[in-house]
Design a protein around this ligand. Structure first.
Ligand code: MV4
Length: 518
C-alpha cells in the first residue's frame, strides 16, 4: 500500500512542551489525554457556555475566548493566538471542525512561532479545495468521479459538461464539504435552477460561489482512507473506514474495515491516497474520500471524491483496528519525528463500529435537544470505548453541534462488533435530554445492515419506512451473541454467570425469541 521512510537526522526533531487545544467537547478531551500520555502541558480555551466543560477542568491551564457563539469564541483566530502567546504554548492542535481546515489560521500559527499540528497551509489549500484536489488527482493519475475540475464559469459551461458526462449529475461547492451545497440534477430542465441555488448557497455558506459538476454515482459506498505522513517524505495508509450510513450528509455510523473492501482494493486505494498526499507535500493526519460503485470486490473501480485535511471525528475506529493512537502520532510527527514503521508493518485486526451519540429527538425530525443532563450512565467493558465530552449536570449548549460522545465497539468480526455495540447501547442511559441512542438499535438490528447491504442512501430509505413495516431479520449469530451478553449481564446481577441459566433463557433460546420478534 505504498509508503517510504527515509533516514532522518536527530536535529530535525523539535520536542513540543505545551500544546493549546483550539477546540471543545470530546475531541478536546481526546487531545488532552494524548498530550498527558506524552508528558506535554496542555492549554484549554473556552467560551462562556463551556466555562464548566470537562476539557476546561482537564487541562493544566484554561483561557476564556469570549461569548458562546462560535464566531465570537472558537472561530476567533486572533483571540486563540493571543491565548497561545499568554500561556507560552509552543503548538496548537485544532481538533476537527472550527479552524481545523483553515489555511490562513495554520499559516498564522506559523507566523506567530507556533507549530500547527496538522498540514501546512499550502498543502491544505492544494487538497482542501475540491477542484484543486481533483486537478491534483489527475496529475497523480488517480481515478476520480467524471466531471469538471475547475469551477463552472456559467450555465452554458454547466450544460456542456453535463451533456458530455450524461445525467444524472451532482453540483458541488468547490469550497464546501460534508455535502453542504450539493445538488442532484436528473435532467437538463432542472440544471438552471439547481446551478443558481448551488452557487448562492456556496457563496452564503463558504464565502465562495465556485461550483463544479460531477457524474452522479447512484447508490455508491462511501469509503475513506486514513493517512499519516511525516515531515520527511514518509507516508502510509492505515486502512479504510466505511461511512455510508449517513443522514443528510451527517455521518451516523462509521466502521473499519469496510465489509466489502477486499485486501486487493484496499491496497490500490491506499496507494492512490498516499500518492495524492505525497504529490502535494501533505504532512500529518489526513483522510482521502472515495466512492466505490459496487460490491468492492477485487478489480473493483474506485473514484476519488475529495480530501479532508484534518483528523476526523471517526478516527477511533481506525485506532481500534490498527492499535495506533492517531493523536499521539500527530503530535510526534509535528515534532519532526519520522514514522517509525513502513507500510508493510501496518496490519488490521478485528472490526470496529462507531455510533455518534447526539442530543436530538431522532423520532421527530432529528430536532436538536439541548438542555441539562440530569443523569448519565456510559457503557463499559471489553471492546467498548466511549469518547465523551459530557457529564451528569452538564448543560448541553445550543450554540454548537449537539454531539455528546462517540460510542465505539470493537470485536473479532463485524458480527461480534455489532452484537457488542447492541449490548453497549443497552447500557447507555442519558436522562434530562433526548438522544439518538434508540436510532442505533433500529439500525444495528436491521437485517440489511447486519448483512452490510448498505449504500449512501440506505439510512434515508430506512427512516422513510414506518418502524413497524421494516421487519428486518437479525441474523441468528448476532442475536445469539447479544443474547449471551444480556444473559451474562443478568446472571452477573444474580451472581451466576452462565450462558444457559436454568431459570433464564439460554443464549440460543433468546436468539430464537429475538429472531421471532422481528
Ligand atoms: C457524491 C455521491 C455520488 N456521486 N458525488 C457526500 C458528502 C461528500 N463527502 C461527498 N458525498 C457524495 N458525493 C457523486 N458524484 C454521493 C455522496 C454521498 C452521499 C450523497 C447523498 C447522500 C448521502 C451521501 C453519503 C455519502 C456520500
Amino acid at each position: 500500500m505504498g509508503g517510504y521512510n527515509p533516514p532522518v537526522s536527530i536535529g530535525a526533531i523539535r520536542p513540543l512542551r505545551k500544546i493549546l487545544i483550539a477546540n471543545r467537547g470530546e475531541i478536546a478531551l481526546r487531545v488532552i489525554r494524548a498530550c498527558r500520555e506524552l508528558g506535554k502541558a496542555t492549554v484549554a480555551v473556552y467560551s462562556d457556555a463551556d466555562r464548566g466543560a470537562l476539557h476546561v477542568a482537564a487541562a493544566d491551564e484554561a483561557y476564556r475566548l469570549g461569548p458562546a457563539p462560535a464566531s465570537e469564541s472558537y472561530l476567533r483566530a486572533d483571540v486563540i493566538l493571543d491565548a497561545a502567546r499568554r500561556s507560552g504554548a509552543d503548538a496548537i492542535h485544532p481538533g476537527y471542525g472550527f479552524l481545523s481546515e483553515n489555511a490562513a489560521f495554520a499559516e498564522a500559527c506559523v507566523a506567530a512561532g507556533l507549530k500547527f499540528i496538522g498540514p501546512s497551509g499550502a498543502a491544505m489549500r492544494a487538497l482542501g479545495s475540491k477542484t484543486l484536489a481533483r486537478q491534483a488527482a489527475d496529475r497523480a493519475g488517480i481515478p476520480r468521479v467524471p466531471g469538471s475540475v475547475t469551477g463552472l464559469k456559467n450555465l452554458d459551461e454547466a450544460r456542456r459538461v453535463a451533456g458530455e458526462i450524461g445525467y444524472p449529475v451532482m453540483l458541488k461547492a468547490a469550497a464546501g464539504g460534508g455535502g453542504k451545497g450539493m445538488r442532484m440534477v436528473h435532467a437538463e430542465a432542472e440544471l438552471a435552477s439547481a446551478f443558481a441555488a448551488a452557487a448562492s448557497e456556496a457563496e452564503r455558506s463558504f464565502g465562495s460561489g465556485e461550483v463544479y459538476l460531477e457524474k452522479l454515482l447512484v447508490r455508491p459506498r462511501h469509503i475513506e482512507i486514513q493517512l499519516l505522513a511525516d515531515e520527511h517524505g514518509g507516508c502510509i495508509s492505515l486502512g479504510e473506514r466505511e461511512c455510508s450510513v449517513q443522514r443528510r450528509h451527517q455521518k451516523v455510523i462509521e466502521e473499519a474495515p469496510s465489509a466489502v473492501v477486499s485486501a486487493e482494493l484496499r491496497a490500490r486505494m491506499g496507494e492512490a491516497a498516499v500518492r495524492l498526499a505525497l504529490s502535494a507535500g501533505y504532512t500529518n493526519a489526513g483522510t482521502v474520500e472515495f466512492l466505490v460503485d459496487g460490491a468492492g470486490s477485487p478489480g473493483e473501480a474506485f473514484y476519488f471524491l475529495e480530501m479532508n485535511t484534518r483528523l476526523q471525528v471517526e478516527h477511533p475506529v481506525t485506532e481500534l483496528v490498527t492499535g495506533l493512537d492517531l493523536v499521539r502520532l500527530q503530535i510526534e510527527v509535528a515534532e519532526g519525528r519520522p514514522l517509525p514503521w513502513t507500510q508493510a508493518d501496518v496490519s488490521l485486526r478485528g472490526h470496529a463500529i462507531e455510533c455518534r451519540i447526539y442530543a436530538e429527538d431522532w423520532e421527530n425530525g432529528f430536532m436538536p435537544w439541548p438542555g441539562r443532563i440530569t443523569s448519565l450512565t456510559e457503557p463499559q467493558g471489553p471492546g467498548i470505548r466511549v469518547d465523551s465530552g459530557v457529564y451528569a449536570g452538564w448543560m448541553v449548549p445550543l450554540e454548537y453541534d449537539p454531539m455528546l460522545a462517540k460510542l465505539i465497539a470493537h470485536g473479532s468480526t463485524r458480527e461480534a462488533a455489532v452484537a457488542r455495540m447492541l449490548g453497549a447501547l443497552e447500557g447507555y442511559k442519558v436522562a434530562g435530554i433526548k438522544t439518538n441512542v434508540g436510532l442505533f438499535r433500529r439500525i444495528l438490528e436491521d437485517g440489511e445492515f447486519c448483512r452490510a447491504e448498505i449504500d449512501t442512501g440506505w439510512l434515508e430509505r430506512l427512516l422513510d419506512q414506518p418502524a413497524s413495516a421494516k421487519q428486518g431479520q437479525v441474523p441468528v449469530e448476532i442475536a445469539a451473541i447479544a443474547a449471551a451478553y444480556f444473559s451474562a449481564q443478568a446472571s452477573r446481577s444474580t451472581g451466576s454467570a452462565k450462558l444457559d441459566d436454568a431459570e433464564g433463557e439460554s443464549a440460543w433460546a433468546l436468539a430464537g425469541r429475538h429472531e421471532g420478534l422481528r
